[in-house]
Design a protein around this ligand. Structure first.
Ligand code: NCD
Length: 461
């Protein structure tokens, strides 16, 4: 009998919009039966849905909300939890690879939730685990379950996510919560107003995906708009052909910034790039929110806050951050139930592939002689992983430019410049057009290199 692949959630894009809606329905039904989270003492009862099942939480980085709400969720579902919350007390400290750890833990539990400092660690764990893996935050890559809490908060306050104008401020470069959030907002038709601290703008590959894969049109605010803290505006088209109907930049600016429905801010992620220089960091406080466009804006933050969000706002009706955190338990209960197939009609089908898996040929260099991922924080560069990762990329066609990019399978960072060398004649092929159209089978004949010099060093001319 052929085994169907397990459903892992390493990225928010591993879930379809319908699946996200189903998770929200389940979460709401838990809220209805268990009590409103704002009165947490009322969540007195649990369920027995996960009776006999075990969740393993493997946290290689600090966490309060994510780990405890996952553990609370599993307990409230009637299941049990085993946890490794400090890599210094696990075999990681002895030099064990993540791949080996998850292979072993797969025999001890039914589901793994992992948090790790390297981008792409959840995807690596999913490759080696025999049970489903959920990403509880991997480096600067993604934090899909935080996004579910964020979207659920927005859904509770707005009839629809479509057409909402969401301002996103702070560290857009290093915040994994923001990366999952912007993909999801674009997919559900919200518009984005980006307000990064200077030097902490959205990574190039996230920007490219928003434009190329999630139907966003990006506009730089025009000088005459007089706004200095907005870096970019992304408008999401309802249908692809609407992209041609996008008005002039100033019109977009007026449309997107005259009414902001939510402001989402994060702390500077100092652990990602210690010592990184950046411009003035935004502080969301009464002064920031005094403009009329913020009159009805929900103020959101994944927490923890460390100065960029005023405590004085806690009593403001717009403050939504503790509400966001409060949905951690019902949302994660719903996700655990869906992943483990505990609710007959709301299970994640084990064979579907998520929202928008990059459609492109796969390239694999198991021998690792060629091109490495260029993201220094990618799990493929973790010395503990040694031979557990490969140089594994998807050749993603780029509709708005002529060049296809190579996207790392693990951390999803894109590489724009590379050359392909044939394994047979050992020659570097310069026909970019032909390379961009290669199939997975074609690619088995080639090794990718950063440039001609790297190919020549490896004996290809
Ligand atoms: C976030 C994280 O870990 O990425 N925290 C969380 O899970 N709510 C945000 C952060 O640490 O700044």
């Amino acid at each position: 009998m052929q085994m169907t692949p397990l459903r892992h959630i390493a990225s928010i894009n591993d879930l379809t919009n319908d699946e996200i809606a189903a998770v929200f329905d389940t979460a709401q039904s838990f809220l209805d039966t268990l009590g409103d989270p704002h009165f947490s003492h009322r969540i007195a009862r649990g369920t027995e849905l996960a009776n006999g099942m075990m969740l393993a939480t493997l946290f290689h980085e600090p966490s309060t909300r994510t780990r405890l709400s996952f553990e609370s969720a599993m307990n409230r579902l009637g299941g049990r939890v085993i946890t490794s919350a400090d890599p210094a007390t696990s075999s990681t400290a002895k030099g064990e690879s993540l791949a080996d750890s998850v292979r072993v833990v797969s025999n001890y539990a039914d589901l793994i939730v992992i948090r790790h400092p390297c981008d792409g660690a959840a995807r690596l764990a999913a490759e080696y685990a025999h049970i489903p893996v959920i990403n509880g935050g991997d480096g600067a890559h993604e934090h899909p379950t935080q996004t579910l809490c964020d979207l659920f908060t927005l859904k509770k306050k707005n009839a629809s996510l479509r057409g909402l104008n969401i301002a996103i401020a702070g560290d857009l470069r290093g915040s994994r919560t923001i990366h999952s959030f912007v993909y999801a907002l674009a997919r559900f038709g919200a518009n984005l107003v980006l307000m990064p601290a200077k030097g902490l703008e959205l990574p190039a590959h996230v920007d490219r995906r928003l434009r190329d894969e999630f139907r966003c049109t990006m506009a730089k605010p025009p000088a005459e708009a007089g706004e200095t803290n907005v870096d970019a505006l992304y408008i999401t088209a309802k249908e692809p052909h609407q992209l041609s109907l996008i008005p002039e930049a100033l019109d977009i600016h007026v449309k997107l910034t005259s009414r902001i429905d939510a402001v989402y801010v994060t702390r500077f992620q100092k652990e990602r790039e210690p010592g990184r220089n950046y411009g003035a960091y935004p502080t969301v406080d009464a002064e920031f929110l005094k403009d009329a466009k913020y009159a009805k804006a929900s103020v959101m933050h994944p927490l923890p806050r460390v100065g960029e969000l005023a405590h004085a706002l806690d009593s403001d009706a717009r403050a939504s951050y503790f509400e966001q955190a409060s949905y951690g338990v019902p949302i994660r209960m719903a996700l655990i139930a869906a992943t483990l197939g505990l609710l007959k009609d709301k299970s994640l089908a084990r064979f579907t592939g998520g929202f928008a898996p990059a459609k492109g040929a796969h390239y694999e260099d198991a021998a690792r002689i060629g091109l490495r991922c260029r993201n220094p924080n990618c799990i493929t560069h973790d010395p503990l992983e040694g031979s557990t990762t490969r140089n594994l990329f998807t050749l993603v066609p780029a509709p708005t430019s002529s060049k296809a990019v190579l996207r790392c399978h693990y951390c999803e960072t894109d590489i724009e410049t590379y050359v392909a060398a044939h394994k047979g004649d050992k020659k570097v092929h310069h026909d970019q057009e032909a390379i961009h159209n290669m199939t997975t089978k074609d690619l088995t004949q080639f090794v990718m290199f950063a440039d001609d010099a790297a190919a020549s060093e490896a004996g290809f001319a």
